[in-house]
Design a protein around this ligand. Sequence first.
Ligand SMILES: [Zn+2]
Length: 804
Amino acid sequence: MDQAKGAPIWATKKGKYNPENTQKFDLKHTKLEVVFDWQKQQLIGTATLTLAPHFYPQTELVLDAKGMELTAVQLIGKDILRLQYEYDGRKLAIKLPKTFHRDDELMVQVQYVAKPNEIKIKGSNAIEADKGLYFVNPYEKEPFKPRQIWTQGETEANSCWFPTIDAPNVKTTQEMFITVENDLLTLSNGKLVASVKNVNGTRTDHWKQDKPHAPYLFMMAVGKYSVVRDQWRNVNVDYYVEKEYAQYAKAIFGRTPEMMEYFSKILDYPFPWDKYSQVVVRDFVSGAMENTSASVFMEQVQVDNRYLLDDNWDNIIAHELLHHWFGDLVTCESWANLPLNESFANYGEYLWQAHKYGRAEADYLWRDELQNYLAESETKQEPLIRYRYQDKEEMFDSHSYSKGCLIMHMLRNYVGDEAFFASLQQYLKKYAYKKAEIHDLRLMFEEVTGEDLNWFFDQWFMSAGHPQLAVRDSVSNQELILTVAQQQDTTYTPLYRLPLYVDIWVKGKKQRHHIDITEREQTFRFPVAATPELVLFDGETQLLGTVEHPKSPARLIYQLQHSDRLLAKLAAAEALQIRLEQDPAVKGALFAALADDQWQIRQVAADAFADYTGEDLATIADKLKNLALNDEKSLVRASAINALAGKVPPSFFVKTMNDSSYTVLANSMYAYANAGGDEPAQLFEKYENSNNLLVVKALAEFYAYAQVPNKIDWYVDKMSRKSGYELSYLFNNFGAYLLEQPEKVRKQGINYLAEIARGNPNHNTRVSAYAALQLFEGIDDLKLSIREAEKDERVLQYYRLMKE
Ligand SMILES: [Zn+2]
């Protein structure tokens, strides 16, 4: 079909239909025996699979086995029988010696060499590569990097290191025999049941998980780790970190047992696995991964106590943990149903925030989720559950994560807390160690509530887009007249049913009204004794969508001062900012907001005064100084410092540089330099040893901006310690620094970047270095090194993706 005129791209771009994997066989047990060849970056393995036909008789077994060299394929029985097979580098089709029926069990053994670096790769947003098995610093040539091996299975990459039926609707028990040098630790799913020293100086660890899970959740990690022990009920909880971070491991991960207790209770289902380990690895391809009983985290979660004053990693920790129910225990049957994993995991973050830190903190996170989704919706609008896509990696987007989280929250608001958790509890019990699709979830909610919920699931899970509402209100004859118009284009987006609350304040008293929006345009009338001070549409602040509701400054001020919902107050404070200079009442309200009980409001108010130039600047500056020095929340102190730049002498920021928070320190450095403080380069030198990203960034930007001489060694040192997005910032600042440096220095720096772009073992690092080199495109003598980097197919592929 041709693209309709004016149709958005997402409305016409359709991928192929992606069904659930057809279950010809049930995979019952997987036994793996593996050793590693660090020099060749290969795994030598034996996989022994126990299977039975699912229903229909079978004469052929097809396994996923990507990029392997096969040495033997045999049937294990009374005798060992060599089997005939065909192998195309991705699928292994094994001819069975007879017809197997569903009561027959068979044991097939594959001996193989996995060669992860020889597999063609393809990226996605969440998981940037899919070669399954990763060797970090295999030749021990990178000075600040430990030698490690780790795996990443989701979506279908574990079949790069063992032959399996690589689909999320498969569930198998597992045991793994991992042989390593004796000074290395191993981690895998389930329990460590034995550890045996071999005569050649190696050791074989035997890990066993007798509860079935999906092949994409299999994992291994190998490296030198400090293991910090913790416990929840009688379950071992371990944190695997690099030695220097052992002292901070409990500060970072230590709320895990409390989370396990909380989730076990609200789900009425105790944490179902043998143990819970969390391991940090270098150069990870994503933020974290919920491998059953052994989650992997990116190295950026290794932080010190000072970092934790500003922020923590609770969200990502809660996310991976909640997956141990939604994802690992009950698994989406196909990638089309990925929201059954990810929407719950993101909602787990909300639930934990609300439980541990209060509703306001959770709502603040909710706002991020809405912003993530709305930002993505500008280029992409898809049904949450989508069977049509080009590539399964497309499913790992802000729809599956953020929009799904918001939908879970609306579902909870609609059915009520008791019904919401009762439905989840029964869903988990019914589908434990099995798979599910979205209809299973709907049916469970319908069973519990006794109510048809097709309308809810259809509009939110099965359709694209979101409501775009225009709300108007007026008063006539002691009646408040509220009109709501749904303005979204209903060619591609449904006309929504939206049950929600309208809060009306009259004479200082709030009254809540329930409304059910079902029409394109609808009018609601409420009796009022006087003109309301405020009409707050969506009083629970839970609607996924956009709402345009014009309000006078007086009403916004009332909203800022009287609403009990953080998000309503925040929205008011933000809307008022533009009137700060011309409206004294607005200025008074934002000034008062600098002392609000909620730190997010104090922060927005401080931000509002950043460009303020009024006559009473001295009064404002005094109040901001007080915040900068004394506010209990470091992020408020940091915002106050930003707002003070240019309002107070630079010496003030020398004082705030002594703050315990890195954010405050970094902001003070920017403010001091921008305010023209004396000798900033000299003053900042004492921070050169810090490896905190904010401080390193402040220095890197300052050195580039001020062209401070002789900093190339400092940049190189920091670049060799960082990876991922942190390294990419540094490369860019380093490039900017080199632009104005003397010819000799510039050449030296460019050669450094070019060498990384050509030869670094990590493809993301190569891409970032290559991107930084683009700054020098016009310089002739560099063309050669750039052209050499361009020969690298992976660099090119990723660079193209980045440009898109
Ligand atoms: Zn997740």
